[in-house]
Design a protein around this ligand. Structure first.
Ligand code: ADP
Ligand code: MG
Length: 253
């Protein structure tokens, strides 16, 4: 991993920082306007750190809409999502609204501030789900963590927020050192779509045939596919505590 750099707000006009603020279309004027926006949000410095890499600087992550770095605000270390200049979104307000709804259900990193080009939220540190699964061979721990993840999806289903990117979620679930799963990136979420978070995550975790489900089956043993499908069908009819418990049982035990 590249060495971390903490750059105070005033220093962000310099390269390559300015180009990251305006990625991937460097613009001095836009960089200055974005620095003013950050100042309004109370950001005092940005920390370039993490497993991702942009313009030879480490970052927490990169997607099609945003670049995520660490940032300091009133002494707190937070995650800062920077809207990419080529994003197919004019602002981050929709994501902020979806994250607020998720937060109300007890899910997702806590939102701190939102604006046109930036989101400030709780910084989640840990491993992405596929790497975490590779490093875990304890059945009990795996059941606890994946069970908790399915429960988080249940909470989102009940809150009426469809995440939208959980059926293939290698970078949207982070497991922290306490074994707490965190669902991130509510950019493609919707309150209008029919919610399918539980169905999507069960599919991804146990039935997709990809590396994640292969690993889960390797540790947990062969799954009763028909049993999972039946429990899912029942859950879709009534999203109760009982039916989610039965689904978790079918998926993980
Ligand atoms: N709150 C957070 N804490 C730590 N890392 C995060 C956080 N939010 C996002 N990330 C990382 O940054 C990456 C890109 O963010 P994401 O919201 O997925 O952007 P996009 O909407 O462009 O896909 C994520 O895949 C994840 O690795
Ligand atoms: Mg993403």
């Amino acid at each position: 991993m590249k060495e971390s750099v903490i750059e105070p707000l005033e220093g962000l006009v310099k390269e390559p920082y300015a180009s990251i603020l305006c990625y991937p279309q460097p613009s001095e004027c836009e960089a200055q306007s974005r620095i003013r926006e950050l100042e309004m949000h109370g950001v005092t410095a940005i920390e370039f750190t993490g497993k991702g890499n942009i313009l030879n600087l480490p970052v927490l992550g990169k997607g099609n809409v945003g670049i995520v770095v660490a940032a300091y605000r009133y002494g707190q270390r937070l995650a800062l999502k920077i809207r990419r200049m080529d994003a197919d979104r004019a602002d981050l307000f929709h994501e902020a609204k979806m994250l607020t709804m998720a937060n109300a259900a007890g899910v997702g990193p806590a939102l701190v501030e939102a604006g046109k080009n930036f989101l400030l939220m709780q910084l989640v540190e840990g491993d992405f789900l596929p790497e975490w699964l590779q490093a875990t061979s304890d059945k009990t721990i795996m059941r606890q963590v994946l069970g908790e993840l399915i429960e988080e999806c249940w909470k989102l289903d009940l809150a009426g927020v469809d995440h939208g990117e959980l059926s293939k979620a290698p970078k949207h679930v982070i497991i922290d050192v306490y074994g707490q799963p965190w669902i991130v990136d509510f950019e493609t979420s919707s309150e209008k779509r029919k919610t399918a978070n539980v169905a999507a995550i069960c599919q991804y975790l146990l039935m997709s045939g990809g590396p994640v489900s292969k690993r889960a089956v390797e540790i947990l043993g062969d799954r009763d596919r028909d049993g999972i499908v039946k429990a899912l069908r029942h859950y879709k009819k009534e999203k109760t505590r009982d039916s989610i418990d039965q689904l978790i049982q079918a998926c993980l035990y």
